[in-house]
Design a protein around this ligand. Sequence first.
Ligand code: HEM
Length: 334
Amino acid sequence: MALFFLVLTFVLHLLFMNAMLGSAIMAFICELRGKKAGPSKDISTKLPYTIAFTVNLGVAPLLFLQVLYGQFIYVSSVLMAGFWLAVIGLIIMLYYSAYIYDFRFEKMPGARTFFIGLTAILGLIVAFLFTNNMTLMLRPETWQEYFGNRSGTLLNLNDPTLWPRYLHFIVASIAVGGLFQAVLAKMRKTLPDRQYKIDHGMRWFTIATVVQILVGFWFLISLPREVMLSFMGGDAPNTVIFILGLAVAAVSLIFGITRRVLPATAATIATVLFMAIVRDLVRTEFLKPVFHPSDLKVAAQYSPMIVFLIVLVLGLGIMAYMLHLAADSGKEAK
Ligand code: HEM
């Protein structure tokens, strides 16, 4: 049950994180290229919302992660404690720079590139620290490095999966960021340059998804041999889920090439869901020699669970309503 909610809430976190980071990177590149008709203005008004959703939707998977893998995530967080605690400060700075980019968009045209660049770079750093922690927790055999460095600044830099895994998330962010812009433009019938913005977003989505084929392959071959083989026939359920993930990713690419925004969105959400399950299976395979979540003793407590479910459903409903209002926020900004 907890595993189900870990994956579900992580998918929500990831979709918003992708939309936020991808949009910030897109806006930064458009500012650098001096694109007037680009999506920067639209992105500036949406960015603070996506940051808020990313952060809030990160809390639930963090709690489930601690329940299921506490003995791993606590250790890795302590080993890199300096960086891990810095995440809070980095996110606050990211938030500030995104707000300045939004509220001063017209008044400080000269400083726009700086603030959106700062937002994007801080997001890239935070994501890098997350990937470090999520991979360090999977390698208990390296934790003794603590005895050579007790300052809480250990990173997982010599793990061959670190860079391909990180790039996999960043390229996915760029793809989802492009798709997010296309969806927003599609929803707003009166938006100036609407068709241009849809095509522009879908172009980013398609190119990033093509690049992802290479990065994903690199990530796969960087995994330890026995983990990789479990997805290539070694373990039937792992292989089936992985193939389903690849199949829906291929479908999303076809919809990207044919510029079909809503079908591409549905296929992308399905891809993220399958890939999040695959990611969890990778974690299970890594930890197999020492731990499996089924080893945990279960003492069922249904009343907090029911309260959680009610709050989750209510919360998602309120979020959907807020997003509906936010889709019109361009009007407020005028
Ligand atoms: C700018 C803000 C953020 C960015 C860019 C970001 C990015 C990421 C990325 C890239 C991952 C995947 C790492 C990997 O598996 O290699 C991740 C995982 C995760 N993030 Fe975030 N994150 C942000 C904020 C937060 C916050 C504020 C929280 C908690 C309050 C959070 C909770 C989590 C959790 C729990 C996971 C791992 C879930 C799991 O392993 O199943 N994130 N994040």
